[in-house]
Design a protein around this ligand. Structure first.
Ligand code: HPA
Ligand SMILES: [Zn+2]
Length: 337
């Protein structure tokens, strides 16, 4: 089995995936029509042409505009189901999905509509495709902490449907400490904690997410490399990082894939994983991320195995299921390495 086939077929976990970022241009147009929402684009090509970003904010502006076509439970179901079908084609067997409720509740969409549509698709994927999935409720960091508290008050009645909370959106100027109280509150409510940190923001934001928010896993975290002591601490604590290679290139946080530090991070002993972030906007799904690494970096099957193993180990799955998945992964590797 060659490297590309190994990449495609290895049983995978994805830990950093925004469901709103899986909205493919085809579904965007379909939902705009279905809900009578006018779009500034008349064709799939025009949409794709608009996906040129200089930084995170450029992307976020288009991502929130796209999310405006999501109105009904069926829309959220279709969005999630589309992703889960693609995940199945990629041999993803476990995924932890971010959703941004404030992006929708701020437009008047009830929380119940969002969560029901997404959850029904996840249930169907479990039954029909054998995909295990969990939800992480992500707060928008450009909004005040009070808005996160208001959202949490409403979300709590559904807390059996998610495993943790996260923090995303515009990083610069919105440091982790802004959300200290809501993270402490969610922890008391039994949530796992993750936060985007060190994507565009400095290494000090990564440190703050660890020390002030007490996160269980770091989303992105690339900028930790600017602080050797921080790298040592992250390794010592065994905190995993969800790295998103294509996202880093498209948002210009890394100049090109040949210069992506992911393998260097792995060699240093950081527990790094590979993820697609917003696959509809950043040029491809999880398999495409691995393929881009295979084309531009000295990637081996052993690297792919280690990165995948890290993802299962860093996942929030129950220990017994985790062991089962790790065994499945080991069997695959021993057979096809
Ligand atoms: O990559 C991201 N970074 C920050 N916020 C986001 N919201 C969706 N994707 C992202
Ligand atoms: Zn992200």
């Amino acid at each position: 089995m060659d490297l590309l086939e190994y990449i495609e077929k290895i049983p995978k976990a994805e830990l950093h995936l925004h469901i709103e970022g899986t909205l493919q241009p085809e579904l965007l147009l379909k939902l705009a029509k279905r809900n009578n929402v006018s779009l500034p684009y008349s064709s799939i090509q025009k949409i794709k042409d608009a996906y040129q970003f200089q930084n995170l904010q450029d992307f976020l502006d288009i991502y929130y505009a796209g999310a405006n076509v999501l109105r009904t439970e069926q829309d959220f179901f279709d969005l999630t189901w589309d992703y889960l079908e693609d995940a199945h084609r990629q041999h993803i067997i476990h995924v932890e999905i971010f959703f941004d409720p404030q992006t929708h509740t701020e437009r008047g969409i009830p929380f119940s509509v969002i969560i029901s549509g997404i959850h029904k698709a996840m249930e169907r994927a479990k039954k029909n495709l054998g995909i295990n999935s969990q939800l992480i409720l992500s707060f928008l960091r450009h909004l005040p902490e009070e808005s996160a508290f208001k959202t949490w008050e409403e979300a709590k009645q559904y807390k059996h449907l998610f495993v943790g909370i996260g923090l995303d959106s515009s990083e610069l100027g919105n440091p982790p400490k802004k959300f200290k109280n809501i993270f402490a509150e969610a922890k008391k409510d039994g949530m796992k904690l993750v936060a985007h940190a060190g994507e565009e923001g400095p290494a000090s934001y990564v440190r703050e997410a660890i020390d002030v928010l007490n996160i269980d896993r770091i989303d992105h975290g690339n900028k930790c490399l600017d602080d050797e002591n921080l790298v040592t601490e992250i390794i010592k604590k065994g905190l995993a990082l969800t790295i998103c290679p294509l996202s880093n290139i498209v948002l210009k946080n890394t100049p090109c894939m040949e210069e992506h530090p992911i393998l260097k991070m792995l060699e240093k002993g950081l527990k790094v994983t590979v993820n697609s972030d917003d696959p509809a906007y950043f040029g491809g799904n999880l398999v495409k991320n691995f393929e881009a690494m295979a084309t531009n970096l000295p990637l081996t099957k052993n690297h792919v195995y280690q990165l995948t193993k890290n993802a299962f180990e860093a996942s929030f799955i129950d220990e017994s299921l985790k062991e089962q998945y790790l065994k499945q992964l080991d069997e695959f590797h021993h057979q096809f390495a």
